[in-house]
Design a protein around this ligand. Structure first.
Ligand code: C2E
Ligand code: CA
Ligand code: CA
Length: 666
């Protein structure tokens, strides 16, 4: 008996040492890998070491009386550590296979249950010397049953999780074996407890357990080795991947795009096929970044990349060229197919993005060109698609296909953009003034401000010579703001020097008129230069009115309330009708020059002008005729009842210096 106790305690002590070392090994792995499952297995093996330690002590102090403090303490230690061992083992399997962490809540529930069952098994009947059997059932049979069930359950879980690697399979077999061992022991311990053979079996189970524990140690070690290798290889792959790919979106970066495109070009040349190179630019992406933050912006870019990559058209190349622009290449030479592809791209981008319970909607511009007909090197293909994209963006068209001729135009625009911006900051744009004559009192009513570009090399340029570029470059707003401020400065300056204020009318483009801060800008300028609002008049074309009647109506009402006058420019050339204008609280209608040209010689034009004047007066608006070049025209307009005129017959648009002379003369 004493000899066997010694053998047992030797075996248990050896296992204690072995599992302590293993647990320590796992601890070093945990420090390196930092995965939760490693920590859980480390705890499981530590619990096993404690369990073996308790068993070793128990076998030495076997003679101790039932119910003594020593007996209860060792039993408690053994039971609780045993449950902890299985608990952390199964948690570890869950965390390792699911690649998810076991939540705090799950851990608390597990630990408290293990503690509860352990204490219950030890303390119930623990102090009752008579209840040998009950005590045995609680400490051995119940424990074996819970153990067995837990292992069988984990075997089932591993089976259904379908883990393919080697250590996963051994884990499954191990769990199944251990589970069967404990379940059958649990039942046998209840039925055959008094049989001799059962006692003999129990005494020798220690050797089976020892082998099973050894196997467990090996499995965990093999698993760790595999995990380490996996981590190392993914790290290497990731490094390779990051080198090639845009780390944010997981698609190719600029250099890789060009490299891959070159490869694809070779392949399609060999196969006698054509490619279509699309460039996409997400509109107003800055707005997303500003509103939702850079992190969300990055997530959305990632989603865009994913949508492009997974698109039905099986793209040959998908890459991100810069901030919010992407390249997308497909095999195609059929024009119709390419159009459909572009529509597909718009649909992909326009599908809503879900960001913290909100829907974000985006749009893009698309430019594309073809290989080999448009260019034969990747760089040039990119450049040509870019030109098409530029056209799309500046003209607010969804999709533009590259056409020859765009290239020189693109280069021209690029140069102009720099030049115009520089001209604005160098104040090369100057104001000319064209007087407006009031026909009722024959006095100067005010002047229209017309911009000129005092170009350093090309001389004085009229708007017709640079407005196309300004429009293509979307720089109208900048120019309008500039002219607005210069005009306010001028009114203030004339007041200071000549103690005289002249109402000035400025042309405002549709974009600027509808800009959100348009009104506040004007207000700020009026305050800055101390100008009474009645000296400022804004000219907008009819087309402004019909773009967004409600918004325009609001703006005009606010301007009117501020005391600023608004007039409709080029009247008769747009799409609106007088009926439309009736609703708008504007002051003045400016009849377009084309109607005035023929008033003297063409009866129908005279009738039209007459009707315009009568209708306008009927609506309570004043009428100014533009482009009056002759005495005859002036006389006719006077007879019709026109309120004011403007035109070469009165004066051409003149420089500031000439205009002040003109003022003094009058
Ligand atoms: P608009 O507003 O209709 O300006 C009148 C244009 O007709 C001016 O051309 C003026 O020189 C010209 N004009 C005036 N009287 C006569 C005439 O009796 N006969 C003829 N044949 N022409 C006459 P300009 O200065 O070349 O301006 C052209 C257009 O450019 C303007 O048309 C206006 O739409 C735009 N523009 C001019 N300055 C500005 C500005 O500061 N901002 C904005 N947004 N547009 C401007
Ligand atoms: Ca005008
Ligand atoms: Ca006009």
């Amino acid at each position: 008996m004493a000899e066997r106790a010694l053998t047992y305690s030797f075996i248990y002590s050896t296992e204690t040492l072995a599992f302590s070392i293993l647990a320590f090994l796992l601890f070093t792995y945990y420090r390196g890998l930092g995965r939760q499952y490693v920590k859980l297995w480390m705890l499981s093996l530590s619990a096993l070491a404690v369990n073996q330690f308790a068993l070793a002590c128990e076998s030495i102090f076997y003679q101790q009386n039932v119910g003594s403090t020593l007996d209860i303490s060792f039993a408690l230690l053994r039971q609780v550590s045993q449950y902890f061992h299985i608990l952390f083992f199964i948690f570890g399997i869950y965390a390792a296979t699911k690649e998810k962490n076991v939540t705090k809540k799950m851990q608390v529930i597990g630990i408290s249950s293990a503690l509860f069952i352990g204490c219950f098994a030890v303390l119930f009947y623990g102090f009752d010397t008579q209840s040998v059997f009950n005590r045995f059932y609680l400490r051995e049979s119940l424990a074996a049953f819970i153990f067995g069930s837990a292992f069988i359950a984990s075997a089932f879980y591993l089976f259904s999780a379908n883990i393919n690697h080697f250590s996963g399979k051994i884990f499954l077999i191990y769990s199944l074996l251990v589970g069967l061992r404990y379940i059958s022991y649990s039942f046998a311990s209840i039925i055959f407890i008094t049989e001799d053979w059962f006692r003999y079996l129990t005494q020798n189970l220690i050797y089976l357990d020892m082998s099973l524990h050894t196997i467990l140690g090996f499995i965990i070690l093999i698993w760790m080795q595999g995990a380490e290798r996996h981590v190392a290889s993914t790290a290497i792959n990731r490094a390779k991947y990051l080198g090639k790919h845009d780390s944010l979106t997981g698609v190719l970066n600029r250099e890789q795009v060009l490299e891959k495109l070159t490869n694809e070009m070779k392949i399609s040349l060999d196969q006698n096929q054509a490619l279509c190179v699309f460039l996409l630019d997400i509109k107003h992406f800055k707005f997303v970044n500003d509103t939702y933050g850079l992190k969300i912006g990055d997530l959305i870019l990632g989603e865009i990349a994913q949508r492009l990559n997974q698109s039905l058209l099986k793209p040959k190349v998908v890459g991100r060229l810069s901030g919010d622009s992407f390249m997308y290449v497909i095999e195609s030479e059929n024009g119709k197919q390419q159009k459909t592809a572009a529509e597909h791209l718009h649909a992909l981008i326009e599908r809503p993005y879900f960001v913290s319970q909100e829907e974000v909607h985006l749009q893009c511009s698309v430019g594309y060109c073809q290989y080999p007909c448009d260019a034969e090197v990747a760089d040039e293909l990119l450049q040509k698609s870019n030109l098409a994209l530029f056209q799309a963006e500046s003209n607010n068209i969804q999709t533009v296909k590259y056409e020859s001729g765009m290239q020189s135009h693109g280069r021209h625009l690029l140069a102009m953009e720099k030049e115009i911006k520089q001209a604005i900051s160098n104040e090369e744009f100057i104001l000319h003034f064209q007087p407006q004559l009031n026909l009722k009192n024959n006095r100067l009513e005010g002047a229209e401000v017309l911009v000129r570009w005092q170009h350093p090399t090309k001389g004085l340029l009229a708007p017709g010579q640079f407005f196309d570029d300004i429009e293509a470059l979307n720089l109208y707003s900048e120019l309008d703001s500039y002219v607005l401020e210069k005009t306010c400065q001028t009114i203030a300056k004339w007041y200071q020097t000549y103690k005289r204020r002249v109402p000035l009318a400025i042309n405002i483009t549709a974009v600027e008129f509808q800009a959100p801060d348009f009104i506040s800008n004007i207000q700020a300028l009026l305050i800055k230069y101390a100008i009474p609002p009645v000296y400022l008049e804004l000219e907008v074309t009819e087309n402004v009115v019909i773009t967004d009647i409600d918004l325009v109506m609001n703006t005009i009402v606010v301007l009117q309330n501020m005391g600023i006058k608004v007039s409709i420019d080029d009247f008769g050339t747009g799409y609106s009708s007088l009926a439309y204008l009736r609703k708008l609280p504007i002051d003045k209608i400016k009849i377009d020059r084309s109607f005035i040209q023929e008033v003297a010689s063409n009866d129908s034009d005279l009738t039209i002008v007459k009707t315009m004047v009568e209708l306008s007066h009927g609506l309570g608006k004043r009428v100014l005729a533009e482009g009056v070049e002759t005495q005859q025209q002036l006389q006719l307009l006077r007879n019709i009842g026109c309120d004011a005129v403007q035109g070469y017959f009165i004066s051409k648009p003149i420089s500031e210096k000439e205009f002040t002379k003109y003022l003094k003369r009058k």
